[in-house]
Design a protein around this ligand. Structure first.
Ligand SMILES: [Zn+2]
Length: 425
């Protein structure tokens, strides 16, 4: 293809690589939220030099925010020549800890074999860099475009996004008329469009007992045994029932194309930190379990909850002395953008132009910041699209392919042209 826009991106491959390396060198580890401010300022300075108006917005008072670890977000906006639609690229700047097993320095931005290595290269600083280059090239090639382009670097996605996109959405940054279309360059692979995610319900269940001497457990009542009865009921009834609930949502990997539930944790009886020494013998009077239930568009959250509470209530009536409490910890509705939504069509056409094939449409098994954009911002023309191979996220020796970033940047630039310059793909 001999499109000037695409050639201009090819010409900037070294810059795209260097930008990714620079971003990776900020160790924006979350928790605790390291180096957010310098990373946000680096992005802001770069975009300001390109004519963007830049704002820093601290997620004041959100979880983890303090003067040592301020939740610093950057939001940049480039106004076109005339009013029109607004396309927003949102990337999270936080990364998870490096962990063990690296063969390169995770924060050095090592380039090797056509890849940039480092924590956060794939998830998702490579995507952020691709969106910055795409926007800059588009603006240079289409100086008369209508509307505006926004690029944000936001914090805390890995821990729920409360100090980042949720906070900004609460302040109107992700609502009409400020924004029309949102692309989140998460690493969903360069030829796939992620339309949304399954829903989430986390809850803590506590069973109650009665403390007694461990040598005479019949004088007490074991909360752990009560929890065992609940787990047995989950094994016998709930897990098989969830396995049967298939969805029309194109969730990847395919194993997640159904309802699932994870037991996140279980704690019963005494704490484990009796060492040095030995634990004293007691019957546990409390046991707590945290469940992580992922649900489908076809399911209703109240019904999802009542599957669990029905079992609990039955145990309460059938099992002597069984008592429980249940507490919601988190609820996120499933979301799936329509395939004929403008941003989906624009990115799909871009993928077609670059890869000569239709995109795969996928749904993420877990949630990401799209949940806040939909629920708080009420923007539904939103997808995740970006370079990087999802399976590499959070792994040792994480990397992003330079050619993948280049191709993704081209898709993003073509999508911008479609959405803002009325242009042909
Ligand atoms: Zn991510």
């Amino acid at each position: 293809m001999t499109d000037k826009l695409l050639r201009a991106i090819d010409d900037r491959v070294d810059e795209l690589t260097a930008l990714t390396q620079d971003l990776v060198r900020f160790p924006t580890i979350n928790p605790p939220g390291e180096a957010y401010t310098p990373c946000a300022e680096y992005i802001g300075e770069r975009l300001k030099a390109g004519g963007f108006q830049v704002e820093y917005v601290r997620g004041e008072g959100t979880p983890g925010d303090n003067d040592r670890y301020p939740r610093t977000n950057v939001v940049a906006r480039f106004e076109g020549k005339r009013p029109g639609k607004v396309v927003h690229f949102n990337s999270h700047i936080d990364v998870v800890e490096a962990g063990e097993g690296w063969t390169v320095d995770p924060f050095a931005g090592v380039v090797k074999d056509g890849r940039v290595y480092g924590r956060g290269t794939c998830d998702m600083k490579g995507g952020l860099a691709a969106s910055i280059i795409a926007a800059e090239v588009f603006i240079a090639e289409n100086p008369d475009f209508a509307g505006a382009i926004e690029i944000s670097g936001t914090v805390d996605e890995e821990s729920g996004g409360y100090g980042g996109v949720a906070y900004l959405a609460g302040k109107g940054y992700f609502s009409a008329p400020r924004v029309d279309h949102v692309i989140i360059p998460e690493p969903l692979n360069k030829d796939r469009i992620c339309l949304g995610h399954r829903g989430v319900w986390w809850a803590e269940i506590e069973t109650k007992g009665h403390i007694a001497h461990g040598s005479m457990p019949f004088l007490g009542d074991s909360a752990v045994r009560h929890m065992g009865a609940l787990l047995q009921a989950f094994e016998d009834e709930l897990f098989p029932a969830l396995d049967k609930k298939q969805t029309e949502m194109p969730v990847v990997p395919e194993g997640a194309r159904r309802s699932t539930m994870n037991i996140n944790s279980i704690h019963g009886g005494q704490t484990e930190d009796f060492r040095p020494g030995l634990p004293s013998p007691t019957v546990p009077d409390t046991c707590r379990l945290v469940i992580d239930r992922r649900f489908l568009l076809e399911e209703d959250l109240d019904a999802v909850k009542s599957e669990v509470t029905t079992i609990l209530d039955r145990l309460k009536s059938d099992r002597p002395k069984f008592d429980y409490t249940i507490r919601d910890l988190m609820e996120v509705k499933p979301t799936m953008t329509e395939r004929d939504a403008p941003v989906v069509r624009a990115v799909a056409e871009g993928i077609h132009a670059i890869f000569d094939r239709a995109p795969d449409y996928v749904i993420s098994p877990g949630t990401y910041d799209q949940k806040h954009i939909a629920r708080i911002g009420h923007i539904y023309d939103c997808i995740a699209y970006g370079p990087g191979i999802l399976d590499l996220a959070h792994q040792p020796d994480e990397w992003v392919g330079i050619e993948d970033m280049v191709q993704s940047a081209k898709v993003m630039a073509l999508a911008l042209r479609r959405l803002l310059a009325g242009g042909e793909i």
